[in-house]
Design a protein around this ligand. Sequence first.
Ligand SMILES: [Zn+2]
Length: 256
Amino acid sequence: MNSVVLHTALWLLVWVVASSAAARAPEGAYIVKRGDTISSIARRCDLPPAELAERNGLSRNSHVYAGQRLIIPGRVTAPAPASSVRAAARVSLPYSVKRAIALAPVRPGRWQYIVVHHSGVDSGTVKGMDHYHREVRHMENGLAYDFVIGNGSGMADGEIAVSRRWTLQLDGGHLASEAQNKIALGICLVGNFDEHSPTRKEMESLRALVVALMARCNLTPSAVRTHQQINIVHTRCPGTKFPAKAFLDSLPRPRR
Ligand SMILES: [Zn+2]
């Protein structure tokens, strides 16, 4: 899919999700006071007069009298504007992922880098990648990464899978240097980012995950790298369309 179409589709999706998440406040009641009109009550309640009238079986110009009880329709509270940065910052990890991050026996100082990869293929599951790394690449510990983030094809969009490399705190298998594999956590986003951008949900999950791992492993944003930035041999991973600079810039800096 070309990226403009993809982007439009994503924004539309975000809009639909945000709209359906809009909440309607419970209805209220109001006892009319002398001098009130449908319009004046509607104005005070921040409602369209027609909506207030209709809910009470009246017309906009109906006379209301002191002591009359009116139903005040619940207002639809508008969703917050879908500013991507703020939206991303609000995303929190599922409980199961938080728990896995907290419970792993992380040795202080063990991890010095968090490295971002793409899978290079459009669809992927943990099981499929594990099989590939174990059987084809002959890695005895299977899946080379600590975490995998789905793109909606194979795994849910933005879904975070925790690998046994993380839960058992095994060395990684995602970098060319064995020395680096001992000190670098690996996160793989499903997709080929030479062809298209990661999904919005993948980026939101990636950010939330990286922020949690920085806290757990006592790391600053300077520890977060792309595969290309850290590897000792050249690689394009995680692809030319991965927004590396924007992502790294979005990470919270330590307070001085
Ligand atoms: Zn890579």
